[in-house]
Design a protein around this ligand. Structure first.
Ligand SMILES: NC(=O)c1ccc[n+]([C@@H]2O[C@H](COP(=O)([O-])OP(=O)(O)OC[C@H]3O[C@@H](n4cnc5c(N)ncnc54)[C@H](OP(=O)(O)O)[C@@H]3O)[C@@H](O)[C@H]2O)c1
Length: 318
């Protein structure tokens, strides 16, 4: 499929951290109908992936050339506490969007996660056997399996530790660290016993844009180069903010956060982009380079914000 200015792409769950980058990338080159249940941009329309009939009607009327499903509940603790809602959104929603793609005879894109592995080994390639531990991971893995078994023209891209979307949309580790710093916290408690591969949304969207234009359908690990621990990310981020002499990072183990972050997490969710690499289509960059691109907007926000009082030290793990 060649993307031209006339190509039409229907996206669900586009109001989140990845959606921002995907919308910006694709809408610069073609027509996009971007939807979400959270209408936080004027370019978004309402669509709920749990509602098969309404979403089918909307997609059919738009007559897309490609469907991208980004919709998910991504807060692991929320998923543990709300399993039914998680299965409906992450698993049934994935099934609904795959069925809609099949009905409309268009290729399908689904985003999965490095979190589907159990962490018993250090690195996972595209062919390693998943063994999801949490409700989030189980419901996402269901989506993978359904799409794999029912569709022919699909791309499943597995992301790692997502970073991107900026202060307003980033729900994950980098912004959690930033919020503590912004609140005046001068000591951060960060784990070094959780390993993974960061994935920058802007780089991921670029890579996705290029790969959906090939007919190399299938499942791909798609993470940034260079693996690390949560501590490494925090240390690099603090350095990029120019605060390495002001912020102290205390290493702790995951047990420190067992009440706050109670969902089971694999010790390692490091992915290797074996298939992308072998097919010569690995456009993912090193995570440190990507964080260097991402950090300046946080630095700017710190400069413009009024200094705040020191607040109670909080925990950060994910
Ligand atoms: N974030 C990560 O670390 C990570 C890692 C690996 C893979 N992924 C996958 O990447 C994809 C994009 O996630 P993201 O990182 O951009 O997370 P995100 O910021 O939470 O975005 C997901 C969006 O989907 C929306 N949504 C939730 N339920 C929906 C429904 N029933 N119908 C339509 N939209 C719905 C969310 O709205 P609300 O905010 O109102 O819930 C949110 O705007 C997901 O498939 C996710 O599983 C994420």
């Amino acid at each position: 499929m060649n993307i031209t200015p006339y190509t039409r792409i229907f996206i669900t769950g586009c109001g989140g951290m990845l959606g921002k980058a995907v919308y910006e990338k694709f809408s610069a080159h073609c027509q996009v109908k971007a939807t979400d249940i959270d209408i936080n941009e004027n370019w978004l329309e309402y669509a709920d992936v749990r509602n098969y009939h309404a979403t089918l009607k909307m997609a059919a009327e738009y007559s897309p050339d490609l469907i991208i499903n980004l919709a998910a509940l991504t807060d692991l603790e929320y998923c543990e506490k709300n399993p039914e809602e998680s299965w409906k959104t992450n698993a049934l929603g994935a099934e609904n969007m795959a069925m809609i793609s099949k009905k409309l005879k268009v290729p399908h894109v689904y985003i999965s996660t490095a979190g589907i592995f159990d962490g018993e080994q250090e690195y996972y390639n595209d062919f390693d056997e998943p063994n999801p531990l949490s409700i989030y991971a189980k419901s996402k893995y269901y989506g993978e399996k359904y799409i794999h078994s029912k569709l022919e023209r699909f791309f499943i891209f597995r992301a790692g530790w997502m970073m991107g979307g900026g202060i307003k949309k980033d729900k994950k580790f980098v912004n959690k660290i930033f919020k503590q710093i912004q609140a005046g916290n001068r000591t951060l408690y960060v784990v070094d016993d959780k390993l993974g591969t960061p994935t920058y949304t802007v780089n991921f969207a670029d890579c996705m844009y290029q790969i959906v234009q090939t007919d190399l359908y299938g499942l791909y690990n798609m993470v940034c180069g260079g693996s690390c621990s949560r501590y490494d990310v925090a240390e690099e981020f603090v350095k990029l903010l120019g605060l390495e002499n002001e912020i102290k990072i205390e290493i702790v183990d995951s047990g420190y956060f067992k009440t706050e972050y109670f969902a089971p997490r694999p010790a390692s969710e490091k992915l290797v982009n074996l298939k992308l690499e072998s097919r010569g289509i690995n456009y993912m960059r090193d995570w440190r380079e990507c964080l260097r691109d991402y950090a300046p907007l946080f630095k700017m926000a710190l400069r413009t914000a009024a200094p705040r009082e020191m607040v109670k030290e909080e925990a950060v793990t994910t």
